[in-house]
Design a protein around this ligand. Sequence first.
Ligand SMILES: Nc1ncnc2c1ncn2[C@@H]1O[C@H](COP(=O)(O)OP(=O)(O)O)[C@@H](O)[C@H]1O
Ligand SMILES: [Mg+2]
Length: 375
Amino acid sequence: MAYVSIEGLTKNFKGNPPTTAVDDLHLEIEEGEFLVLLGPSGCGKTTTLRCLAGLERPAEGRIVAGSSTVYDSARRVDVAPDKRSIGMVFQSYALWPHMTVRKNIRYPLAARHLRDKIKDGSVERIAEAVHCGGLLDRYPAQLSGGQQQRVALARGLVSEPDLVLFDEPLSNLDARLRQQVRAELHELHRTRPFTAVFVTHDQSEALSLGQRMAIMRTGTIEQIGNPREVFEHPVSDYVAEFIGMSERLELTRNGDGWSCDGQALEANGNHVPISAPAGVVRLRPDDLRLVEDLSLLRDNELGLEATVMDVSYGGRHLDVSVQLTGSDTRVNAQVSTKSSGGQLDRWATGERTVIAFELRNARYFELESSLAVAA
Ligand SMILES: Nc1ncnc2c1ncn2[C@@H]1O[C@H](COP(=O)(O)OP(=O)(O)O)[C@@H](O)[C@H]1O
Ligand SMILES: [Mg+2]
């Protein structure tokens, strides 16, 4: 049986227009599992967490955490937030400014009268685990952003709750710190496992932290699986876009072959697995290659003629935006600066080019339903 189980969770907000923020959501989390909820702004991630924590009252559904039912609309069960064994870490660190780090971390233990834990050194141990052991007597204002976020992590974990909820806790940190605290959190979970739901809109954070990841769309879960499954086999056009397959081409059947915006595609022996008269192909920008003309395509590649619209330098790569010839479809290619032999000026705005890609790197979706077709 799952450790945390969410069944048919629905939360509406009044307003003009009314919103169904969470829409018949089902989710099961195993004990010790680190589950990531990934989705764009407004898809219902925070509302889902707030329902779990008891900070919002759902219209429908049932939530079981550990051994207790904390919410059940049918049986009118609604356990108060402070009676649920749930730790929370938010985007804003929300530390008490007038309390030392020690008192901030101790707060959840004091609020729940867990005196034994206060005495047994839990505060000091968790502070050590998040590398804040030396900061216990400081005040939040005397800490850097990264240190404050580590203290917030310690506070969320100190009482060893049944479930720890994280709402985009790393997004306020600068890029380098975000990477560092992310790695520390990963290690912490590996060495002292706890059950977690971690919300983010950042796909790389989701891939690196999640043992499973759930992709959310308008209040429901569109796909759930381990990061590799989701990354390699997105079930829909929506999921594909969200996990980095940002480039989208619509193909239509053209006799025995296919065309894209009026350009015929040489199939080169490649099999396009779409059976409908039209479909969608999704690709990652770094799976696209730019070549001078169609004669330079490799055996297993397809190509489309285009014009370079913009080039920007990205360090290890160039971002080249092209527009397909005879259409207004834009495609962005990420071209390695290593593989282009350091020829940073090879592509210039206004130049003719060909985007080349291998069909095995693409994922296919039905145009109507946006659902994946098996390759
Ligand atoms: N207190 C509220 N009152 C009205 N609408 C809300 C409230 N909180 C959230 N919403 C709406 O519910 C939807 C989901 O919001 P939220 O859960 O915050 O999304 P996310 O965290 O994924 O960005 C959004 O459309 C948002 O505008
Ligand atoms: Mg949110």
